[in-house]
Design a protein around this ligand. Sequence first.
Ligand code: PMP
Length: 422
Amino acid sequence: TATDPRAVLSAGVTVPLADGRVVGYAALDYAASAPVLSRVWDEVARYAPSYGSVHRGAGQLSRLSTELFERSRATVAGFLGLRPTDRLLFTRSTTDSLNLLAAALPAGTRVLVFETEHHAALLPWAHHGHRVDYLATPDDPAAAVRAVEEALADGPVGPTLLCVTGASNVTGELWPVRELAAAAHRHGARIVLDAAQLVPHRPVDVRAWDVDWVAFSGHKLYAPFGAGVLAGRADWLDAAPPYLAGGGATRVVSREAGAAVRVVWADGETRHEAGSPNVIGALAVAAACRALTEGEGYRALVAHERALLGRLRAGLAELPRVRELSLFGPAAERVAVVSFTVAGWDSAEFARALADRYGIGVRSGMFCAQPLVRRLLGADGPADDCGGPLQAVRVSFGAGTPAEHVERLLAAVAELTGGRAG
Ligand code: PMP
């Protein structure tokens, strides 16, 4: 049982190095998937032996699972600060959530999205047939708000949605969510927040920030894989056809001879949750939400991350061959995500060397945000899918990260790049 609320399952994992030594694994890729908090895992393990089918069986375990599933929904709704009339849907992931919303938008919706968004926030809208206006990359947060004001200056002629990311998965930089929501609403548009990289580091308050929808993934929030969330305004979701057609999303299904099957779809959350719900996933997300809000919660996490982030960035800045990527400038407020390039190194090979020689797990590549990475690297034109120079190395961390992991990374980068300046 976890006594340290920040303990993660990967804490004791060891990995073999290329030279045969075995070392403790330094997980520094939280932005892709965070390690599971031990207390989240404990909660899942406590419940796992008695799980049953949600909303389906009459047995005690099925009833218990239904209750826990709905209680998890209420926990996450509280965590996000939803309005009482909002819906909260359990999905598979942020990608799934944003595709669900894209499929539910009223016909003729105009979508505004910055060209530099993560692909999960960039691509679903056109994919589902909506008109998309791609906004040029801003140089600072205020310019982002101005770009939205300008795009909406004539007022929306129909339903309009702005999709923005709360924290960049490449630079960690925070976007001005409240100001963007206010700008959208001033002009009659709505806003969906991609909080995939924000909720693992900062509390989100849907009502106070006045955002219409929010999406995030459990596996980046210290829960195991399997569940994500889409939450927000009920009206467009309730009016839309179900995201998936199938059992659970229906009230009546009938057929008269020779006619097509007639369906009366369910209302409420179940309308978009066809199929057997992922009760373990929902329970894990709710447990993670509680872990981040109970006790010291986010306050301790933010302080911990700020200290390590300061050390990491200062250490990297001393290395002459390393260049940190930033859109809004080095002083911008950011979460514990840092990307950089290393002169003379291919990013993938560099990341591989960190793993093979030091037991450090980071990510290299374009982080599913190709237009942004291309812009940050100052490279125009299409990316080389196989890598090439248009890539960076990303370090990201959080609750379970000890200072030793950051120190090991800095020492490794210094060694691989030939040392510090001066
Ligand atoms: N948005 C952002 C900002 C992300 O960082 C990610 C994951 N890299 C996603 C969306 C997609 O999340 P998932 O892969 O869990 O669907």
